[in-house]
Design a protein around this ligand. Structure first.
Ligand code: ADP
Ligand code: MG
Length: 253
């Protein structure tokens, strides 16, 4: 199986502060990787580097065999321009903790915005596909609702549908249920679980260890900008080897 993500010796600084320390990681097509770790450990920064919301300082990230942010000519690397970066970014869909829907657009309009404006798809086709996506996240009946009229869980499901509408090769989830009331966590995890079952490649930053154990092929524990431990969910979650992983897991449970 081919890698969809390859990260090699990735370092990222914010001024003097090193947010990512020598990250090495591979994700294969169809894999679900859950990233866990305390607040401030670099989880979001890592996702943002994959999606080029941040630029790494050294090392390399390949998404689907393409070096992120650079093109190679001979043996020299040249940074990509904004347009080229935007094109690369289309390979990944991202879902954030806060739902970030356009407040003045309906659920349906939120979903067709990207396909119509960026991919230049005809409205009719985009609408048909958006309706199928709304169906898939259980919200076909909410097509004309504005974000304000939707619960947090419903908004997050629309946000997932919106990301999927761009047909990404990889979905990045950054604590998608952390901002939700507890009774809405399950409905969002259910959508993510079904996506995983359909073979979508996903990197999920989450504190939902039950979800990680059930759905992930691999769990990565990060602390202070580094990967401290990674492996199959049973090993990392039930039998962690590193004391920092042990402490974190017993604190979350
Ligand atoms: P996590 O998602 O694991 O909670 P983050 O990736 O958000 O952690 O942050 C990792 C560290 O980098 C934190 O110490 C955070 O304060 C710092 N950091 C993140 N983004 C920035 C930024 N834009 N400027 C300065 N420091 C940042
Ligand atoms: Mg974060």
């Amino acid at each position: 199986m081919k890698n969809i993500i390859t990260a090699v010796n990735v370092n990222k600084y914010f001024d003097q502060f090193q947010a990512l320390k020598n990250i090495n990681l591979e994700v294969r097509h169809g894999e679900v990787m859950c990233v866990i770790g305390p607040s401030g450990s670099g989880k979001s920064t890592f996702l943002r580097c994959i999606n080029q919301l941040e630029r790494i300082d050294s090392g390399g990230i390949w998404v689907d065999d393409e070096l992120v942010g650079y093109r190679m000519e001979g043996k020299k690397l040249y940074p990509l321009n904004d347009k080229q970066i935007a094109r690369q970014r289309l390979k990944t869909g991202m879902v954030f903790q806060r739902f970030n829907l356009f407040p003045d657009k309906t659920a349906l309009e939120n979903i067709i915005e990207g396909p119509c404006q960026v991919l230049l798809r005809p409205v009719k086709e985009a609408t048909q596909e958006a309706m199928a996506l709304l169906e898939r996240v259980g919200l076909a009946h909410k097509r004309d609702a504005y974000p304000m009229e939707l619960s947090g869980g419903q908004q997050q499901r629309v946000a997932i549908a919106r990301a999927l509408a761009m047909k990404p090769k990889l979905m990045l989830f950054d604590e998608p249920t952390s901002a939700l009331d507890p009774e809405m966590v399950g409905e969002v995890l259910a959508v993510m679980r079904s996506l995983a079952a359909e073979g979508m490649t996903m990197i999920v930053v989450t504190h939902e260890l039950g979800f990680a154990r059930e759905v992930a092929n691999r769990v990565v524990f990060m602390d202070e900008g580094g990967i401290i431990e990674s492996g199959n969910p049973e090993d990392v979650l039930l039998n962690p080897q590193n004391p920092r992983t042990q402490n974190f897991i017993s604190a979350v449970l």
